[in-house]
Design a protein around this ligand. Structure first.
Ligand code: DC
Length: 224
C-alpha cells in the first residue's frame, strides 16, 4: 500500500499511475471520486445546499467507482462521467464540497474498498492522514504554484480544454487554501511522509525518485 498526497498539479497522477502500472497494483485517484460527487451535486442543483439535503441526495445517487488502467472510471446512474469530471469548474466544486463531513464520510468506505491484493497506490489529499494511515510508504509531492499551473495548463490543452494560465494560478492558489485550511481531513504532510519537490524534475526523474523510495521500503520488490 502506497499513499501519495499533495496539492493539485504536484505530479500525483503521473506518479500513481506509473507505480501502479510497474507494480501491477490497483490505482485509486480519490480526486476523481470527489469530482464525481461534485458533478452529481451540480447537476442536481445542490452544490450549495445544506448538508442534510446533500446527504439525502447522495444516498439516492447510484455511483460506481471502478479501477481502470488510466486512473478511475466513475459512473453515475450507469453513465460514464470520467471525461466530464476533468474540467476546472468541477475541480473547484469538488474542493468546495470536500469540506463537508457528509461527503467525506460517504466516500471514505468507497475509497477503502479499493484496497485489495496485491496492493494499492492511492493518491489524494488525505490518503496518509485519514484513509490509509497504516500504509508502509507515504509520499508527499509538491511543486511551485507556477509549475503546477503550467502543468495543469498543458494537461487541459491536451484534452482540448482552453484555459488562461493566470486564471489557473489564481484558481490553484484558492483551491490550495481551501484544501489546506478546512477543518476536516485537510491537505497535510504526515510526519512519516517522504517529501519530494517535483518543481525542477522531469517526469522520468520523478519516476526514478519515487521508484527509489519504493525499493527502500520493499528491497526485493519485482515489477508486476
Ligand atoms: O486531485 P483533484 O484535483 O482531482 O481533486 C479535486 C478536489 O477534490 C480537491 O481540490 C480537493 C478534493 N479532494 C479531497 O478533498 N480529498 C482527496 N483525497 C482528494 C480530493
Amino acid at each position: 500500500m502506497i499513499c501519495i498526497d499533495g496539492p493539485a498539479g504536484a505530479g500525483k497522477g503521473v506518479v500513481a499511475s506509473y507505480l501502479a502500472g510497474r507494480l501491477g497494483w490497483r490505482h485509486l485517484d480519490s480526486g476523481a471520486l470527489y469530482r464525481a460527487v461534485a458533478l452529481a451535486l451540480l447537476r442536481g442543483g445542490l452544490a450549495d445546499a445544506d448538508e442534510s439535503r446533500i446527504k439525502a441526495y447522495l444516498r439516492k445517487c447510484r455511483f460506481e467507482f471502478n479501477a481502470a488502467a488510466d486512473g478511475n472510471q466513475v459512473l453515475l446512474d450507469g453513465v460514464d462521467l470520467s471525461a466530464e469530471i476533468r474540467t476546472e469548474s468541477v475541480g473547484a466544486a469538488a474542493s468546495r464540497i470536500a469540506s463537508l463531513a457528509a461527503v467525506r464520510r460517504f466516500l471514505l468506505v468507497r475509497q477503502r474498498q479499493f484496497r485489495r491484493m496485491p496492493g494499492l497506490v492511492a493518491e489524494g489529499r488525505d490518503m496518509a492522514s485519514v484513509v490509509f494511515p497504516d500504509a508502509p510508504l507515504r509520499i508527499y509531492l509538491h511543486a511551485s504554484p507556477e509549475k503546477r499551473a503550467a502543468r495543469r495548463h498543458k494537461q487541459l490543452k491536451q484534452k482540448g480544454i482552453n484555459a488562461n494560465i493566470n486564471d489557473l494560478i489564481r484558481d490553484l492558489a484558492e483551491r490550495d487554501r481551501r484544501d489546506r485550511d478546512r477543518p476536516l481531513a485537510p491537505l497535510k504532510r504526515v510526519r512519516q511522509a517522504e517529501v519530494l519537490d517535483t518543481t525542477a524534475l522531469t517526469v522520468p526523474e520523478t519516476r526514478e525518485a519515487v521508484w527509489r523510495l519504493v525499493t527502500a521500503v520493499w528491497p526485493g520488490i519485482a515489477a508486476g
